[in-house]
Design a protein around this ligand. Structure first.
Ligand code: SAM
Length: 247
């Protein structure tokens, strides 16, 4: 009897009802995820401003990245891959400008925040993918114009070791057609947990920057490499240097 009645309901109505409940359950899930994540501990800004409580100089880094992409001037729109994108903050604005953007992160708690922002701000041309980047899947990654690889090297080095991570970086660079933004902690200022996985880089910031620059030059052989700036972390005494590598 009930089945008969349901059959008589037009299909598009049923689809809308199902879609409503699917979305509702998703947002209930996201809500509890947020509670678990504790929004006060977010790493990157959520909406437009510096609303993350554990701030990094993210808006500044984003402005510089946007400026460099604009200066490229080779195309109107680019494909962008952000590896270790966290909540996707860096790709949202680039997607708003019409670039095709993919953000990859291993942890769904961050991506859920990003998906919430995408839906709320109706951002097109961006996809957030939950995936552990690893030596086993990096070969299958797509070619992109621009790679964003910020503060994820040390995390991969912890998971796979320094040399395997260097190999991952080589493969990602081979898949990058135009340029890469790169940042990693240095052995001088980083916290103990990452020191074991990074080589000794020098006794001051200048030496460490030189070390990273030479390391990237030898490993990847870019046509051009330059330092775009040093950016603070508010939640600990550490600055990280943002590099730009061009093909
Ligand atoms: C220190 S945060 C950097 C976030 C952002 N790129 C930035 O610079 O502000 C490192 C990010 O890498 C992600 N991550 C760690 N290991 C990963 C892996 N194997 N594959 C993909 N993402 C990973 C973490 O979830 C985290 O969001």
């Amino acid at each position: 009897m009930i089945v008969e009645k349901i059959r008589k309901i037009p299909k598009f109505c049923l689809r809308n009802v199902f879609s409503f409940f699917a979305k509702l359950s998703h947002w209930v899930y996201v809500f509890f995820r947020h509670a678990e994540l504790n929004l006060t501990k977010l790493y990157l800004p959520v909406l437009d401003g510096n609303d993350a409580c554990r701030l990094r100089a993210s808006t500044e880094r984003l402005q510089i990245i946007k400026r460099e992409i604009k200066n490229l001037g080779t195309k109107d729109k680019y494909s962008v891959l952000d590896v270790g994108c966290n909540n996707g903050y860096f790709v949202f604005d680039l997607a708003r400008e019409g670039n095709f953007c993919i953000g990859i992160d291993a942890f769904p708690v961050f991506l859920d925040v990003g998906k919430f922002i995408i839906e709320r701000q109706k951002i097109k041309s961006v996809g957030l993918v939950e995936m552990f980047v690893s030596p086993h899947n990096v070969d299958a990654f797509p070619d992109v114009d621009i790679l964003i690889f910020l503060s994820v090297f040390q995390k991969l080095a912890k998971q796979y070791g320094f040399h395997e991570t260097s190999s991952i970086l080589i493969k990602l660079w081979q898949k990058t057609k135009l340029m890469m933004f790169f940042e990693m902690p240095d052995s001088l200022e980083t916290v103990e947990i990452f020191k074991d996985d990074l080589p000794e880089m020098g006794n001051n910031k200048t030496e460490c920057n030189k070390f990273i620059e030479i390391f990237l030059k030898k490993l990847l052989g870019p046509k051009e490499i330059k330092i775009l700036g040093e950016f603070e972390m508010e939640y600990r005494q550490e600055k990280r240097t943002l590099f730009l590598l061009k093909k």
